[in-house]
Write a protein that binds this ligand. Structure first.
Ligand code: HEM
Length: 300
């Protein structure tokens, strides 16, 4: 197994700075990615900071000639009742995670300085943990995530050897309407997720609403449950806030299936959560293994 970027699995960081970048000159892609890869590789293990670097799948394939079995988020997902998830694919995704916001901020600035003229920041998001491991709705997020021992297998590509240790990430920013959500009673809120609020106990099948978030996303194919590894972070300020959804997988298809199911594209049933939270971005990134990152660092 190739070595993954360690930030994928670095838990316990409470401060996040996340940027999506557009390359201003396609011809400078190689040198720009090389500078970012060098920055990521040289991060000191005692710096208290993790960085995950993701690259637009089609861009990675163009500059390396390595097929990655992943596609860009190139078209919006049109669902039921005119609900739509936007496609806002960018070129480069950087996720800085630290124990404090000043570390995440300083490091994001330091990583961007050498490539400043070659990129435009399309989206910058400041994330933070909320009440331990809760989403801003107050519900525990991550209960059904694979345990640590299984997370590698779920998140990382195993074959072919050239791609081993790499991953595919979905990054989607969801804006919450907390006024609307908090106007529901707790039992009504629990119907939205299909889990209890204080302790995240899943509803029995006979109580689970078809539109509950858990019902829309706990999918099976051929009897096998489709697992993904979620690392989402709450973001924002008093005016604008929500969840920056981040998930890693070795198989992009399952993420696409989950999005289609949430949108109601598959059977006309739209995820109840989409009535209280709106996706305002959506992109897939190929997350190269450490070895591939090293190759990129010397290529530019
Ligand atoms: C507003 C955005 C979202 C919020 C607030 C949210 C929140 C939650 C919460 C509270 C749970 C239940 C506890 C848990 O197992 O973690 C959950 C489960 C889950 N969510 Fe989301 N989620 C969001 C978007 C998404 C998206 C976009 C996907 C997939 C592309 C997704 C996939 C899943 C999966 C796979 C589960 C576990 C289902 C199960 O097997 O029980 N979620 N989410």
């Amino acid at each position: 197994m190739g070595l993954p970027q360690s930030g994928i699995f670095a838990l316990g960081t409470s401060a996040h700075s996340v940027v999506e970048l557009e390359l201003l000159e396609p011809g400078a892609a190689g040198s720009c990615l090389a500078a970012i890869a060098r920055f990521a590789i040289e991060l000191n293990t005692t710096s208290g900071l993790n960085l995950v670097v993701g690259i637009r799948p089609s861009l990675f394939m163009r500059i390396t000639d390595i097929p990655v079995m992943a596609e860009d988020f190139s078209a919006p997902i049109e669902g039921a009742e005119e609900f739509s998830m936007p496609a806002t694919q960018s070129d480069i995704w950087l996720w800085f995670a630290a124990g404090s916001q000043d570390r995440a901020f300083d490091c994001a600035r330091a990583a961007l300085t050498p490539v400043g003229g070659a990129v435009r920041i399309v989206r910058a998001t400041t994330g933070w943990t909320y009440q331990g491991n809760r989403d801003l709705t107050g519900f525990i997020d991550g209960t059904e995530n694979p345990p640590v021992a299984e997370a590698n297998e779920v998140a990382l590509i195993g074959e072919p050897p050239r791609l081993a240790g790499s991953s595919i990430a979905l990054v989607q920013r969801w804006r919450h309407d907390l006024d609307a959500f908090s106007s529901l009673s707790t039992p009504e809120q629990e119907q939205v997720f299909g889990r209890t609020k204080p302790d995240s106990v899943e509803f029995d099948d006979d109580r689970m609403p078809a539109e509950a978030h858990v019902a829309r996303t706990s999918l099976k194919v051929g009897g096998e449950a489709l697992a993904i590894y979620r690392r989402s972070v709450p973001f924002g300020d008093a005016a604008n806030h929500g969840l920056l959804f981040i998930a890693f997988t070795h198989d992009q298809g399952r993420l696409a299936l989950m999005l289609a199911s949430m949108a109601g594209k598959t059977d006309g049933v739209r995820d109840a959560l989409t009535r209280f939270s709106t996706p305002e971005s959506g992109a897939y990134y190929f997350v190269p293994s450490f070895e591939l990152l090293e190759e990129l660092s010397s290529a530019g």
